[in-house]
Write a protein that binds this ligand. Structure first.
Ligand SMILES: Nc1ncnc2c1ncn2[C@@H]1O[C@H](COP(=O)(O)OP(=O)(O)OP(=O)(O)O)[C@@H](O)[C@H]1O
Ligand SMILES: [Mg+2]
Length: 316
């Protein structure tokens, strides 16, 4: 079965050719079977080589959680566990054709390393019910992240120069490509990464709560703030919607300014500006006030993963 998996700094997104989609935090933590108890069924606990791990949301509640930010993260056991958990969550068959991605800047350097690490792997992971899932990665292709997003669009893209803004958890990638008679050519000297993303919302909201209610709030509990409208502070339920609005707006302004400063041309000089990633809506809504050529890629958080799947199928 073909699967596209986008291992982001914040979240792992995975899709398969049947259209099933899963997303969970990119977090892994060693744990013990005895800790599992009666946990909600949505949590992932897997056993790999005799060690049990909490993966995703379950790991964010553990004391020592691995969230790797180094280059090695892309070809390490950390990534392997996220990929195997994603395959399990996708209910993939044993035989897998895998599409993965790398940030454009790291792509030339790490492409082969990542491919060699995953291709031809034979692995078994055991789920929390003791059922073994075995996978054979018969093929692994690695694609540049933002370019992948372009391929998630079903209608063909016309010739021109496009700017893709991939607004993620920790970073925002700016990718400029020229499309000419179906060839996609990244214009590398115009591509860059801004070290700002939606995780700023978590930090700022945490500070805001601290200031307003005089309590320090464990921000690891805010990883899913985009889905939450309330939090509990000292047993009191607090509506965070107005705070979220303010924080998201400020972050979007901040990210747009950082991009504008480094972009060598105006947003309006592109044939289109396409926003992808979990923060696409937040950032695009600021840009759309000023520019009419800004679009949000549908199902933006899954754009890369869907793109990798499309690229696998094209046999590129
Ligand atoms: N509908 C939404 N509205 C606002 N924010 C959202 C929404 N969906 C996801 N997010 C936010 O987007 C972020 C995750 O985006 P994404 O999955 O693209 O990041 P990532 O790929 O893990 O990070 P990076 O690209 O930095 O590696 C999270 O901070 C999440 O809160
Ligand atoms: Mg991303």
């Amino acid at each position: 079965m073909r699967c596209g998996i986008d291992v982001g700094f914040g979240f792992t997104k995975a899709v398969n050719e049947k259209g099933k989609e899963v997303v969970f935090p990119s977090a892994v933590s060693k744990t013990f079977m005895t800790d599992i108890g009666l946990k909600p069924t949505s949590d992932y606990f897997v056993t790999y080589l005799n060690q049990t791990y909490a993966v995703g949301e379950a790991a964010t509640q553990c004391l020592i959680t691995e969230t790797s930010f180094s280059e090695e993260r892309f070809f390490s056991e950390f990534s392997k566990l996220l990929v195997l958990t994603a395959l399990m969550a996708l209910e993939s068959d044993r035989e897998v054709e895998l599409g993965l991605g790398l940030p454009l800047m790291l792509y030339p350097k790490l492409k082969e390393k990542v491919k060699d690490y995953f291709e031809f792997l034979e692995e078994i992971i055991i789920d929390k019910n003791g059922i073994a899932h075995s996978y054979h990665i018969a093929r692994c292709e690695v694609f540049p992240q933002g370019v992948g997003a372009l391929f998630s669009i079903t209608s063909p893209v016309e010739d021109g120069i496009y700017c893709i803004l991939d607004v993620g958890f920790r970073t925002t990638d700016v990718i400029v490509v020229e499309i000419k008679s179906k060839n996609i050519n990244p214009l590398l000297d115009m591509c860059f990464t801004v070290d700002k993303g939606m995780s700023l919302a978590v930090e700022r909201l945490g500070l805001m709560i601290e200031r307003k209610y005089g309590v320090s709030y464990d921000t690891s509990l805010l990883f899913d703030i985009h889905e939450r409208s309330h939090i509990s502070v000292r047993g009191r339920k607090i509506d965070i919607e107005p705070h979220k609005k303010e924080v998201f707006r400020a972050i979007a302004d901040d990210i747009v300014q950082s991009i504008s400063r480094r972009l060598q041309r105006g947003f309006d000089t592109f044939d289109a500006v396409l926003a992808s990633g979990g923060g696409a809506f937040t950032v695009a809504s600021v840009l759309q006030k000023e520019f009419s050529n800004v679009q949000i890629i549908e199902n933006s958080q899954f754009a890369n993963a869907k793109g990798y799947l499309a690229l696998l199928s094209l046999g590129l």
